[in-house]
Design a protein around this ligand. Structure first.
Ligand SMILES: C[S@@+](CC[C@H](N)C(=O)[O-])C[C@H]1O[C@@H](n2cnc3c(N)ncnc32)[C@H](O)[C@@H]1O
Length: 268
């Protein structure tokens, strides 16, 4: 690529469509390349990807508002993507300007652009780290400098656990984060599922397999295992569109993700 934009890191994978930049395109953002846009348009002929992404973001916003209402003022967003309009820091800081948000992503262009977007926000930052390395995430200057993990935090894992394969032990991964956060901390999770729309989700998994970040769908029982050790707030683990929100019928794009918010159960 000749003369990439300023926010593009030279070590980013800019030759293949990338899930963070595809997300940005589906959300109406400008931080994507021709390779992403062409892929996104081709994908949308087969699968309603833009609607799926928008439903996920809407769930995230409802969940963040609930966390603020329940007293949470610090957020750790794992696999955050590009903070396109309506992201965690905007929602949380609109509710309370003292909220602090650390985003984490391992995609260099995402991190570079996020840094530019957040540079004037003293309460929000992005750390470049692989979420599979819990110690590395927690040791980043952004986490150490901005979050107090001895106090409750909201841990966001929104549309990120499908990027973690079974042989990378996602249950143990969530448990390691759970062990590192204070009692009363909240987990916000959404996860792709083929329980309701198997053909649609099989199509989605198939097209995403062509990107640099393949994904896996999981059943309700598998997602329940991921949130063990957290007491789920009402209405529990349900389709994300149904979680305190949209009343549309659960068909197509509205029925491909579960969502839940849980509170870390005290070990005492
Ligand atoms: C499907 S997007 C979800 C973005 C955001 N959470 C949302 O819901 O809009 C997944 C994001 O996770 C990032 N990602 C994937 N695997 C990762 C890993 N192992 N460590 C850190 N980030 C990762 C990707 O770069 C991408 O930005």
């Amino acid at each position: 690529m000749q003369n990439p934009p300023r926010w593009v890191s030279t070590n980013g994978d800019v030759e293949r469509p990338n899930v963070a930049r595809l997300y940005d395109y589906y959300l109406g953002g400008a931080h994507n390349f021709a390779v992403d846009r062409e892929f996104a348009e081709k994908t949308m002929e087969k699968v309603p990807t833009a609607a799926i992404v928008q439903h996920t973001r809407a769930f995230m916003r409802r969940a963040v508002r609930l966390c603020v209402a329940r007293g949470i003022r610090q957020f750790l967003d794992l696999g955050s993507g590009i903070p396109t309009a309506g992201n965690v820091h905007e929602v949380a800081q609109q509710a309370d300007p003292t909220c602090r948000v650390v985003y984490v992503d391992n995609e260099p262009a995402t991190v570079a652009h996020s840094r530019t977007m957040l540079r004037d926000n003293a309460g929000a930052a992005i750390a470049e780290a692989d979420i599979r390395d819990v110690d590395a995430v927690l040791a980043t200057p952004e986490v150490r400098g901005m979050l107090d993990l001895s106090r409750p935090v909201a841990l966001l894992m929104v549309a990120i656990l499908p990027c973690i394969r079974d042989d990378e032990h996602p249950v143990e991964l969530v448990a390691r984060y759970r062990d590192a956060i204070a009692d009363g901390s909240h987990l916000v999770v959404s996860h792709l599922t083929a329980d309701e729309q198997p053909d649609l989700v099989e199509g989605l998994v198939g097209v995403v397999a062509e990107t640099s970040t393949p994904i896996v769908a999981r059943s309700k029982a598998e997602v329940e295992a991921l949130v063990s050790g957290f007491d789920l707030v009402e209405p529990g683990l349900v389709l994300a569109t149904r979680w305190r929100g949209e009343a549309e019928p659960a068909t197509g794009a509205e029925a491909v993700s579960y969502g839940a918010v849980g509170v870390k159960r005290s070990n005492r």
